[in-house]
Ligand binder design. Sequence first.
Ligand SMILES: [Zn+2]
Length: 473
Amino acid sequence: MLMLYNTLSKRVEEFKPLNEFRVKMYFCGPTVYDYMHIGHARAYVAADVLKRYLSLKGYDVLHVQNITDIDDKIIKKANDENVSWEVITERYIKDYIDMLNRLNIKIHIHPRVSDHIKDIIEFIEDLISKGYAYVTPSGSVYFSVDSYPHYGELSGRLDRTEWRQEEEFLAEKKKPYDFALWKAAKPGEPYWESPWGKGRPGWHIECSVMSSKYLGSQFDIHGGGQDLIFPHHENERAQSEARFGLRPWVKYWFHVGYLTIRKEKMSKSLGNVIYLKDIFNKVKPEVLRLWVLSAHYRTPLEFSEEYLENANKLFNRLVSSVNLLKKLLTEVEPTHYLDERGISILKELSNIRESFYRAMDDDLNTPKALACVHELTTLVFRDLEQKPTLASVLKAYSIMREFNEVLGVLDNYIYTGVKEELLNKLIELLVIIRQKHREVKDYETADWIRSELMKLGVKLMDYKDRSKWVLEL
Ligand SMILES: [Zn+2]
C-alpha cells in the first residue's frame, strides 16, 4: 500500500486514485526562457520516479507536464536579444526536451500555453459568467479571491490581510490579493484577440486549463517544486474548483524540495545556478538521477562533488553487477539441488525486494530504497559470483530489472544483449544496401545512410571492396 504525503492535508495518506486502475497526474513544467538547470532535474526526476513506481505497481498512468511559453521573462529575454518570443521559446524547449531524454524521463503530453489560447478564453469566460472573475476597463480579467471560500487552504495562508500578489496591478484590482487571468496587451508585447480585447493569459490559468483538457475536471496528483505552492498552486486550485464546482479538484498535492549548494538555495539571484548542459559534460545523466534519489524528495537536496561521486560509485557498481548477472545467466546449469546456503540466498533476495517496496511505499523513501539496491549488488558480488545457481541468478536479475523500472539508470545495460544478434544483422543489412547504392553510383543515398548510421552511433569504414562497421556507443 503506497503512502504519500499530501500538501493539502499536510499528512501522509494512503494513496487511492479516483479510478482504481488509473492514475492521472499533472506536473508543472518549465517557463522556457533559459537552459534547464539541476533544480529542474531534481523536480522532474522526482515526478518521474513517482510515475515509474505507480506504473510498477500496475497503474495505468497518464502524465501531463506543461511548457509555459508565454511569460514576462520570455518577453524580456526576446526584447534583450531583439528577436521574437518564438525564437526564445523554440531554443529552450529544444533544450528542455533534450535534457529530459538524457535523463530518461518520458512524459505523455507536453502541452504548450500558446496552443491553448482558445481553451483558456473559454475557461475565463465561464469563471466570469459564474461570478468568480471580473473585467477591468483596461481589458484585463482578474480572479476574485473573496468569491472562493477555500482560498489559502493549500498553502496555509488563510489571513488575506497579510499578503498581496501581482502588485503592479494594484491600481485596477478590486482587492490586492486578486490575481490576473487575462492581461491586457501592452505595446510591443505578443497578444491574442479575446472578448476583452487584445491580451495574453496570466500565468496560473494555463495549468487549470491544460490539466482539465487532458485529465478531466478532477484528477489524482498535481505536483511541482515547493516554491509553486503559493501563489501558483493556490490560484490554480481556486480557479478550477470555482469553475467545476468539484472538491477536491486534485486528490494529492505532491511537492518537491529545494536544491541547495553549500546549504544555500540555488537561484539566479545568487548566481550559483548549474545548468544541465554543462554538468552533463562531467557527470552521466544516470549518475545525476541516482544523486537526486539519494535524498528524500521532500527534503533539501545538497549539491556537492562528494555526493555526485557517491552516486557515480553506486552507478558503476550497478553496471558491474548487471554485467556479471548477464554473464552468469549464460553460464549456469539448471538448478536440481540447493544446499542450505543456496536456499537462504533465495530468501535474502526476496527480503531485499520486499524492503525496496516497503521503502518506496513509505512516501517514496528513495534513500532507503537505494540502500536495498546496494544490498542486492553486495549479494551478487559476495555470493552469486562465487557460487551461482540458476535459481539465484535468475531471481537477482529479475529483481534488478524491477528496481530499474523505478531507477531508470540501467536501460542501456539491461535491455541489450538479448537481441544483439538481430541488431547486428540489421546493421549488416543496411551496410549491404548502402554498398549497392555505391555500386550504381548513387552516392547521395549512400552518404545519407552513412550519416544516419553515424547519428545512431554506428561508424562505417570503407575499404576497397567492402565496408566495416563499429558501434561507438
Ligand atoms: Zn502550473
